[in-house]
Design a protein around this ligand. Structure first.
Ligand SMILES: C[S@@+](CC[C@H](N)C(=O)[O-])C[C@H]1O[C@@H](n2cnc3c(N)ncnc32)[C@H](O)[C@@H]1O
Length: 336
């Protein structure tokens, strides 16, 4: 399993060369600090870490934080212990398991009852045996579970809702994670990017906020609940979303331009790199951008000299939105 083996809306895996090459031209030394403050899967920071940059990663979703704490941490892990745990998890016969929190909540919806029982059992086991693991080993096992759950979910790729047809019997299988043990130092956060911007120092700050009104916590609520594991009992609607107002992003609301301005003004760095795409005119209102191109340029221009780079790319498309001439933008601001 690798960092990019998950389905994540807005993931920049296919744009990594474009982003890296665009930044490299500015000749910022490779032992400087690259901050990815809306890091999602973490693939952009990972690319820069592989090139030698120290990294800062941040996201408001705890399910993403868990993954960064596994991949970007340098704590020594006992590989044999982890292999044994994963073999044990994969050998469990779900017929021997009782119903549990996860199967009662999501069984028959996002997962078959058998898989849901197994997922809930494994997550409880990791928590109950926490004292057996060091911090990275603990996050590693949760990470393996999250990736395995993403793979077999009865969805179109995110958890906004589950498919009408019953979950198929594809078995849950945890895979070992491919790790690079020589990544430069990294600093990992799980907080609002605007708060973080006020307290970090970085050389390059990469900004890839949500593009529209669609909340990431709605897309990934099942994984978020599994990562947090505080077992809320109140859910909304058929899609079983737990109460999550505190996890909703204001970047998905009309105040996004104000927040973006506050963010940019707070940053202490040499280069600001902003990803964005032109989903304006999408048929669904919730797909319209909350910040316009003009607003981005105006706000960045107060902070430094701005260069715009573009590349054609197909937008995430769940059926409703059929965008022609879709482009991905990078706004690069050399801070005054
Ligand atoms: C477009 S995605 C980033 C994708 C990422 N670049 C990748 O390649 O996977 C935006 C991310 O911002 C996070 N987010 C939303 N609002 C945030 C906030 N106020 N502070 C920090 N992260 C936030 C979301 O959870 C989501 O993971």
């Amino acid at each position: 399993m690798k960092i990019n083996n998950r389905r994540y809306i807005g993931c920049k895996t296919k744009l990594l060369d474009f982003i890296y090459d665009s930044v490299e031209r500015y000749n910022i030394s490779k032992d400087s600090v690259f901050a990815d403050i809306f890091a999602g899967t973490g693939v952009v920071a990972y690319r820069f870490a592989l090139e030698g940059y120290k990294t800062i990663l941040n996201d408001t979703l705890f399910s993403n934080y868990v993954i960064y704490k596994t991949i970007f941490n340098n704590e020594i892990m006992r590989i044999d212990l982890l292999k044994n745990e994963i073999n044990y998890f994969n050998s469990i016969d779900s017929d021997s398991l009782k119903a549990n929190y996860f199967s009662n909540t999501y069984g028959g919806k996002y997962y078959s009852f058998d898989n849901a029982k197994k997922i809930g059992f494994i997550r409880d086991y990791i928590e109950e045996n926490k004292q057996k693991y060091n911090e990275r080993e603990y996050y590693y096992l949760i990470t393996c579970l999250l990736y395995a759950c993403d793979k077999i979910a009865n969805t179109v790729g995110h958890f906004e809702s589950y498919l009408h047809s019953a979950p198929k019997g594809e078995k849950l299988m945890l895979e070992e994670f491919e790790m690079n043990s020589n990544l430069p130092e990294s600093y990992i956060y799980n907080e609002d990017a605007n708060n973080l911007a006020k307290k970090i120092n970085a050389d390059i700050v990469y900004i890839d906020p949500p593009y529209n009104a669609r909340q990431y916590v709605n897309f990934y609520h099942v994984l978020e609940n599994l990562a947090r594991w505080n077992k809320p009992t109140e859910f909304e609607g058929k899609s079983m979303k737990f109460k999550r107002d505190n996890l909703k992003s204001d970047y998905c609301r009309s105040k996004a331009p104000l927040l973006f301005e506050d963010l940019i003004q707070s940053l202490k760095c040499k280069l600001i790199v902003v990803s964005y795409n032109n989903t304006y005119n999408a048929k669904s209102v919730s797909s319209n951008n909350t910040i316009s191109e003009d607003q981005i340029i105006e706000i960045l221009s107060k902070k430094g000299n701005v260069t715009i780079k573009t590349i054609d790319y197909s937008a995430f498309n769940a059926g409703k939105t059929d965008l022609k001439n879709h482009k991905e933008y990078l706004y690069i601001c050399e801070v005054f």
